[in-house]
Design a binder for this molecule. Structure first.
Ligand SMILES: [Zn+2]
Length: 241
């Protein structure tokens, strides 16, 4: 997924095919910080740089606003959003901790369409020698977690998760030294428990993975402006006052 497109090549007369290309290209630039967080986007300059008219650019910018990667500014302009602060990361992980351990439990309980084997295939296809471990991890992690949620067949939960754009926002904070080996080992434990039809173990493995990922994200963030800590969510028998 490390392909870089510097200029839009294929255009057709109505500009439709280039909207998705402009969208992909700008999304990549924002995710990789080649357009920095909290920066105004200059439509005319982008139009010149990419060699397309302003129409597909405006359409792509609207899509990026839907992804919460851009916000509208005065004068019908756009600016990139800030990356998450400590409270933003905590909020995302609290949402994930509410949804995903449950989803892993449901997936492990699914005898007819158990996603365990597909999850194990997904892990096998992870390429640690990729030229961009950041992109490789982003693609893999998104597919892995999305597949578990999809297997619940609960459209309301799936939509709530999609609208939070968890992976998109966390990707912006990934660093090249991200401990991907720990993530993959934890994914293996989750996939194994799901494939073996062990709901309690799958739920616990997912909770452990999310708590661990949260700690790793938060450990590299500036210490300032810390809000309340992550609320511990666990099986009721483990909750202590
Ligand atoms: Zn993961």
């Amino acid at each position: 997924m490390a392909k870089k497109v510097e200029k839009i090549n294929s255009q057709n007369s109505n500009g439709r095919s280039s909207t998705s290309e402009v969208y992909e290209l700008l999304r990549q630039k924002i995710l990789e910080h080649s357009i920095a967080p909290a920066t105004k986007v200059n439509i005319l300059q982008l139009s010149k740089e990419l060699g397309v008219s302003s129409t597909p650019i405006r359409e792509a910018l609207r899509l990026l606003q839907g992804d919460n990667l851009l916000v509208a500014t005065s004068n019908k302009g756009y600016a990139t959003t800030e990356t998450l602060d400590r409270n933003g990361v905590r909020d995302l992980f609290e949402l994930r901790l509410l949804i995903e351990p449950w989803a892993a439990r449901v997936a492990a309980s699914n005898r007819l369409q158990n996603p365990g084997l597909d999850l194990q295939e997904e892990i096998k296809s992870f390429n640690p020698k990729s030229s961009s471990i950041q992109h490789e991890m982003f693609g893999h992690d998104t597919r892995f977690h999305t597949a578990i949620l999809a297997s619940t067949e609960n459209e309301t939960v799936i939509q709530a998760f999609e609208q939070a754009h968890c992976h998109l926002h966390l990707f912006r904070m990934f660093r090249d030294d991200w401990d991907w080996k720990t993530s993959i080992a934890q994914h293996k434990a989750i996939a194994r428990a799901i494939a073996n039809g062990e709901p309690a173990a799958a739920e616990e493995a997912m909770r452990e993975h999310l708590n661990s990922a949260y700690s790793r994200f938060i450990s590299v963030m500036p210490k300032s402006a810390q809000g309340r800590p992550l609320t511990k969510v666990g099986p009721s028998k483990l909750i202590r006052n």
